[in-house]
Ligand binder design. Sequence first.
Ligand SMILES: [Fe+2]
Ligand SMILES: [Fe+2]
Length: 310
Amino acid sequence: METIAQCRTLLERMNNVWEKRSQVKKQELDPTTLLDRTRPDFRVDLLPFKNHPAFLEASQETKDKILSCGWLIYNWKTVAIELKVVNPVCQDIIYQMFPGVSDAIVQEVATDTLVDESYHVQLVNKACSITRQQRGLQSLRSPEFNLVLNMQREQELYQEDWQKLLIKLATSVVSEVFVSDYLKLLSSDQTIQPFNRVVVDTHRRDEDAHSCIFKNLVKCIYSELTIEQKEFFISVLPKPVYWFADLELEVWKSMLEQIDFAGAQAIYNDCSATNTSNLQNIDYSEVIELVQELDYQGGAESLAKMGLLN
Ligand SMILES: [Fe+2]
Ligand SMILES: [Fe+2]
């Protein structure tokens, strides 16, 4: 593992390029030039029920509507990560709720990231409004995502504020590691609506940097934790891998019901059995690496306990 001095140097470098790298400083997208109503909003292969008979037998019009729901869910999950996980951790850092974050560089990196994530919320929310208006889906609402609910349930299991904070920190770093891969799934796809692709690609450009920023922020914080806090953090860190990999079938069921899709319940019932196996589609090697870099021995034990080490 890099030394803490090296982590801070890296953060300083990331901070120095922020003005050049950040998408919020760039020219705003003009959606009118990119909208193509004839293209689907989302990729069929990303639907958790793509092979389910109820979906396969649906009319093309219904399939297209379901793909628009897929795009909205994809974006709403992104917004939930930004607003309920990542931005709150940036605020915790700004308020110096963690040790090791008081220096000017870490503080600037946290505020830069807060600006980036707020811009992503604006970008993604605007894209959702366009889709909803274009596809007549204005009335759709999403229930809470399991990613957020699982984090909150885990926090409720513990009494101490520092435990709740470290659970949120673990969820944020795992989300930030995964979110660029999650965005890559659409950012280079030439078959979907070009406007959607460009929105995701704009977001991805920032997230490529965030993954590195968060890993280094965590290393700075971790080095200043007590032994008890370190052990707790290592034991919690692998858990959000499962929360992120969740197929969010409750959200899907709700959306499918809202568009009056008759197969909603059948899809929910049949896919629930495979929900846990979605882990196979996620590359969590970076999380394994981070856990082992922080604490080789304790990390291996914690990863094994969560079934993430063979
Ligand atoms: Fe973001
Ligand atoms: Fe981010």
